[in-house]
Design a protein around this ligand. Structure first.
Ligand SMILES: Cc1cc2nc3c(=O)[nH]c(=O)nc-3n(C[C@H](O)[C@H](O)[C@H](O)COP(=O)(O)OP(=O)(O)OC[C@H]3O[C@@H](n4cnc5c(N)ncnc54)[C@H](O)[C@@H]3O)c2cc1C
Length: 502
């Protein structure tokens, strides 16, 4: 009996030692179900950063919901005559370091883009009745020796300089300074805080002031001539944001950076960034499933989709602009009113009508026709995407209003194929900007696209998504992320009367 008792005690002691010393039997870290609404670059890079930065990546179950049949959102492509063209985001800046890292991580091929408004390309500024400025047409590779192209490029630089003078250098300095400040968002994680509001994030990089004033005010203070602002700068803001120089200084600087040299894109379509990041981060993807409501009860978010499905999540991330979509939130959330700028992208295969531009031959029309602000000017830009022959080309037209057939038939002499896309493209920028918070309910409902009021690009979505990923990780397990410095919330209460309940 005594022996039996001793054996049982030894067994208990052994079990105790085993349980207290073996790491394999320690309780696993709590798992978190994270639901993401939107499979564009914001949702996909959020998924990537969560998995990359989490000390326990396997404890994160990420589900991404996408209302469309394809991922990528505003990085979609169109196909005309067997060729694929970017229909939304087409160019990426050489200093967009997240996008560069994604392409190398995913092994995606890069295509460099010629800058359409620099001296080596052929562009003209149309005011609705005449070209107020035109560069010289560069020779085609077949039409002259290689040095001839260099001479034309040099002459074009002189032409541009002759028209805008030293103001060009001041514009370059303004853009470089802004890009330099933006580069702070790539500083190492130990010294870079996690931000709970967009205002904090912008103030830290010294960019907030640029969202308080218009581009026009900023550039006039920087000493740019009126002519440069009303012509070249306006052409660029109309192409990149479909708006004029009353956009904020920050959105304006980002737009002007889009005419720098060294621009690139992913061969075959920038949407592959989103697709690759979703795959690489092992997120589960629900295509063609639109989320119609998000309700919070007893520590859980319930997401309902228009398919009638219901999902329970510990954390919900909105990775799409909330301005034009119908998601009902319970309890309701309150964010500043924001209107989206619609850009109509019209793709035409055919030939421009020279008579519309007061010319005798289509070959005299520059490859990029930019426009200034003028009443009744029906388009923002027209550019050649591909030349099949002198009579057959594919063009992209950007406009603020839809291009009706009657109008297209005036602008084009032949039209074999037309594709129209109406984008809720980016915010209609207004200075001073009011920002929604990254954290919508003080719990675990996050909003990446709050940052879009600063600027809207592939890279700004990724930078915002990185911050939201770090914010989530620091809030679900503050002890494991003690290296992440946080800022006390300094959320602005300005413009509270502008809030809208969803
Ligand atoms: C015409 C145009 C030209 C542009 N040019 C450039 C450029 O050259 N370079 C650049 O960097 N940027 C450019 N941009 C901006 C850039 O495309 C965007 O800033 C960026 O792609 C935004 O990504 P996102 O993931 O934040 O949003 P989105 O790409 O809009 O992704 C949101 C996703 O959420 C989905 N969704 C919405 N509601 C729901 C719901 N209820 N349920 C499920 N899914 C939902 C949408 O279908 C969409 O796929 C351009 C944009 C446009 C429109």
């Amino acid at each position: 009996m005594k022996e039996k008792h001793l054996r049982a005690s030894l067994l208990l002691l052994f079990l105790f030692l085993l349980l207290s010393s073996s790491p394999t039997l320690a309780s696993p870290p709590p798992s978190h179900r994270i639901c993401v609404i939107g499979s564009g670059i914001a949702g996909s890079s959020l998924s990537h950063f969560l998995k990359t930065y989490s000390p326990n990546p396997s404890s994160l179950q990420i589900t991404i919901f996408e209302r469309n049949l394809i991922v990528g959102g505003r990085t979609a492509t169109v196909t005309i005559a067997g060729d694929t063209f970017e229909a939304g985001a087409s160019i990426i800046h050489p200093k967009n370091l997240h996008a560069l890292k994604f392409t190398s991580l995913l092994n995606l091929p890069i295509k460099t883009q010629s800058n359409k408004s620099d001296s080596s390309s052929w562009f003209g500024i149309w005011d609705g009745s005449r070209f107020v400025f035109k560069t010289l047409q560069p020779p085609t590779p077949k039409s002259g020796p290689p040095f001839y192209a260099k001479i034309v490029s040099f002459l074009n630089s002189l032409l541009v300089f002759g028209r805008y003078g030293f103001s060009l250098l001041r514009m370059e300095r303004f853009v470089d300074k802004t890009v330099g400040s933006f580069l702070r968002y790539y500083e190492n994680l130990e010294s870079r805080p996690v931000f709970s509001t967009v205002e904090e994030m912008l103030k830290w990089a010294d960019l907030y002031g640029l969202t308080r004033r218009t581009l026009q005010e900023e550039l006039a203070d920087a000493g740019l001539s009126r002519r440069l602002i009303s012509e070249l700068v306006t052409v660029i803001t109309r192409i990149n944001y479909g708006q004029n120089v009353s956009i904020s200084g920050l959105a304006g600087a980002v737009s002007l950076a889009g005419s720098d040299s060294g621009l690139w894109s992913v061969e075959g379509g920038n949407w592959q960034l989103a697709a690759g990041l979703i795959r690489h981060s092992n997120a589960s993807l629900h295509l063609h499933e639109e989320i119609s409501s998000v309700s919070y009860t007893e520590g859980l978010y319930e997401l309902n989709s228009t398919k009638g499905n219901s999902y329970s999540c510990d954390i919900t991330v909105v990775a799409t602009p909330l301005d034009e979509i119908k998601i009902s939130f319970t309890p309701p959330i309150s964010i500043p009113k924001r209107r989206l700028q619609h850009t109509h992208a019209t793709f035409v295969r055919g030939l421009l009508n020279p008579a519309y531009f007061g010319l005798s031959s289509a070959s005299e029309i520059p490859e990029l026709v930019g426009t200034i602000e003028a009443p009744d000017l029906p388009f923002s830009s027209i550019s050649i995407l591909k030349k099949y022959s002198e009579e057959d080309m594919t063009y992209k037209v950007f406009s603020r209003i839809a291009m009706a057939d009657e109008l297209l038939d005036l602008i084009f002499s032949t039209r074999r194929e037309t594709i129209r896309i109406n984008w809720g493209a980016y915010p209609h920028y207004e200075a001073p900007e009011a920002f929604a918070p990254f954290l919508l309910d003080g719990l675990h409902l996050y909003y990446i696209n709050a940052f879009e009021n600063a600027a809207s690009t592939i890279e700004t979505s990724s930078v915002a998504a990185e911050n939201v990923a770090r914010l989530i990780l620091s809030r679900i397990d503050p002890t494991s992320r003690s290296d992440i410095p946080t800022l006390e919330s300094t959320g602005s209460h300005e413009g509270e009367n502008l809030h809208v309940d969803l």
